[in-house]
Design a binder for this molecule. Structure first.
Ligand SMILES: Nc1ncnc2c1ncn2[C@@H]1O[C@H](COP(=O)(O)OP(=O)(O)O)[C@@H](O)[C@H]1O
Ligand SMILES: [Mg+2]
Length: 299
């Protein structure tokens, strides 16, 4: 891992979590500063008086200490796999903050990266194919049947001229029988209860398979450029990517892939928002997850 996570003052994460809990209980209460939303987690800023700070990724609540320990071992196994395969990773620590009413809460804590250093911002200002080639080469050297990888540009940052991977909170690892090592139920908990079984049986395998295949990873990285507003670069990037695959990809295929992917995530997102409204206004209980507002998609 590159860099180091600044030492946190005692109770710093507990007090961040209290602010999150308050914001979840009363939606009008301003919550902590949000650095970014991925499809899964929500990344919060914890700023220090001296101008420094850390990025804190709130994991979904764990139902028991055992399930948290199982997550920890999966998280560590992934960091080890990254190390073995030379994926440069931004320093990350896993911290448990204690028990909320709805389960055990933990955060992945990292140095706070300036927005201008995040890869999508960098790429928008930088001509050429260097960054995308680096991302593809790192990803393709890593990915395999037991090692999945979400190489989207939004998961990388340039820190002191190194391109570092930062999205380490959802380990994509499978055992030799092809079973996910992560307990996916914990990460599916933010979906409406009635839909979880459906998503798990019919959609999840397909969504996850993408990250375990070379072609899937390439389609995903390129498709996400459209989301980042960089779709006009595809004619330049697609040939660069195609050279690295046995069965090349085309701009049309990337666009079709992205359209399907965006539909899936939009649907899941909408369902979560509906469920939140139901929980708050009909069941009259706090909704336990921080959800993104409308996700910015350029198409
Ligand atoms: N260490 C960090 N410093 C600043 N911003 C960050 C940091 N980590 C993540 N972010 C922002 O939050 C977004 C989501 O984080 P990520 O780890 O990719 O979560 P997810 O698993 O939900 O995709 C990133 O794309 C980025 O914009
Ligand atoms: Mg991400």
């Amino acid at each position: 891992m590159k860099g180091s996570v600044p030492t946190l003052e005692r109770d710093a994460l507990e007090s961040l979590e209290r602010r999150v809990t308050r914001a979840l209980a009363s939606p009008d209460e301003p919550g902590p500063e949000v650095l970014g939303y991925g499809e899964i987690s929500c990344v919060l800023a914890l700023r220090f008086d001296d101008g420094g700070g850390v990025a804190c990724k709130r994991l979904p609540p764990f139902p028991s200490l055992g399930s948290f320990e199982a997550y920890r071992s999966c998280f560590e196994a992934q960091l080890e796999a990254f190390e073995v395969h030379d994926i440069p990773v931004l320093a990350t620590e896993l911290h448990r903050v204690g028990d909320s009413g709805s389960g055990l809460i933990a955060y992945c804590v990292q140095p706070l990266v300036d927005r201008s250093a995040l890869a999508p911002t960098r790429l928008a200002r930088e001509p050429g194919t260097h960054t995308i080639e680096t991302v593809l080469d790192l990803a393709l050297a890593y990915v395999g049947p037991t090692r999945g990888f979400d190489a989207q540009l939004s998961n990388w940052a340039r820190v002191d001229e190194d391109l570092l991977y930062l999205d380490v909170s959802t380990p994509f690892l499978r055992d030799d029988e092809g079973r996910e090592r992560l307990d996916v139920d914990i990460f599916l908990a933010s979906l409406p209860w009635a839909l979880r079984g459906f998503v798990k049986r019919l959609m999840l395998r397909g969504i996850l398979d993408l990250y375990y295949s070379r072609r899937g990873v390439v389609l995903d990285v390129l498709g996400n450029l459209i989301k980042e507003g960089l779709g006009e670069r595809l004619p330049e990037y697609v040939p660069v990517a195609a050279r690295r695959l046995d069965e090349p990809v085309s701009v049309g295929e990337v666009r079709r892939h992205y359209a399907g992917d965006a539909r899936t995530w939009r649907l899941l997102q909408r369902l979560r928002h509906l469920d939140r409204a139901w929980q708050r206004h009909v069941r009259r209980r706090p909704y336990p997850f921080l959800l993104p507002g409308p996700v910015q998609r350029h198409v």
